[in-house]
Design a protein around this ligand. Sequence first.
Ligand SMILES: NC(=O)c1ccc[n+]([C@@H]2O[C@H](COP(=O)([O-])OP(=O)(O)OC[C@H]3O[C@@H](n4cnc5c(N)ncnc54)[C@H](OP(=O)(O)O)[C@@H]3O)[C@@H](O)[C@H]2O)c1
Length: 305
Amino acid sequence: MKAIVATDQAAGMAGVKLVERPEPQAAINDVVVQVCASGFTGDELSWPSTWTDRTGRDRTPSIPGHELAGVVTAIGYGTTGLSIGQRVFGLTDWYRDGTLAEYVAVEARNLAPLPGDVDFTVGAALVMPGLTAWQGLFDHGRLQAGQRILVHGAAGVVGSMASQLARDAGAYVIGTGRAAGRQTALDFGAQEFVDLDKDALEDVGEVDLVLDVIGGEIAKRSVGLVRAGGTFVTITGSMEARPAAGLAVDFVVEADRSQLSKIVRRLGDGRLRTNIGSEASLDDAVAAFNRTERSKGKTIIRPRP
Ligand SMILES: NC(=O)c1ccc[n+]([C@@H]2O[C@H](COP(=O)([O-])OP(=O)(O)OC[C@H]3O[C@@H](n4cnc5c(N)ncnc54)[C@H](OP(=O)(O)O)[C@@H]3O)[C@@H](O)[C@H]2O)c1
């Protein structure tokens, strides 16, 4: 099969290329999925899981990309709950070969059924931002109707999903970002927008929850806005400051079938939409990720046209 592989950590994107690889086999409780649409997160080449297995052994050449929508083509020993020919979407294990390939082996429990009327590109684009936003808001942020939430990077992939889910849950959403993202953030559900280059973040006042996707100085300045008993949640992998009288959480998104089903149901109900920037074939994937200009929205790779 055709697959994108990462071979050399020091080379970064320069070491990422399209090659022929053997098709994966379904292990116990796995399925093999023919990948119709796949997503990739820009920082993946800096994650240890791209380069080593759980015991720290080199696992290159590794196939990046962990978001997918596709069709089940094989079922492993003992696997239940999914069938051959079923449309699915979900998140694959960080430490296994991923979804920038024609086929991927994945634990069945990490996938959910994808309704027949949802395009594969849309399905793949829901996975990472949908699960990250859901877990940030509801599992870690304990968001309730009527609360005030500050969503950083609200025009971005995760922020635009978080704004929609938070608004839908009855929260008051204050989005942030650069001036150019204002209208996008408002279109995705933010009720106010803070231009982080010009406006005073401190003028926002107290919030129940901050969802941070930016980190650094902006994260540090945001913790002071969290009310006593509120929560600061970040997905940036660093926690340089914590609220004086609130909770602080830094987390990595996890696969969750039931949450995926709730997310795709909201899409079907017209309560949620994706933030897709561009699509490319597997042949053009390396160029799509290597673009010099900043891309807006999720880049989706279509191994099958
Ligand atoms: N821990 C996890 O489980 C997890 C899961 C998903 C993603 N992530 C990480 O979360 C981060 C965000 O992901 P994403 O896909 O949402 O990225 P994205 O689409 O690029 O969104 C980031 C948004 O924040 C804005 N922004 C960034 N820096 C800013 C600054 N200094 N001032 C004002 N606005 C700024 C960006 O504006 P511009 O486009 O104008 O720069 C963009 O609108 C990435 O680092 C990603 O790797 C972590």
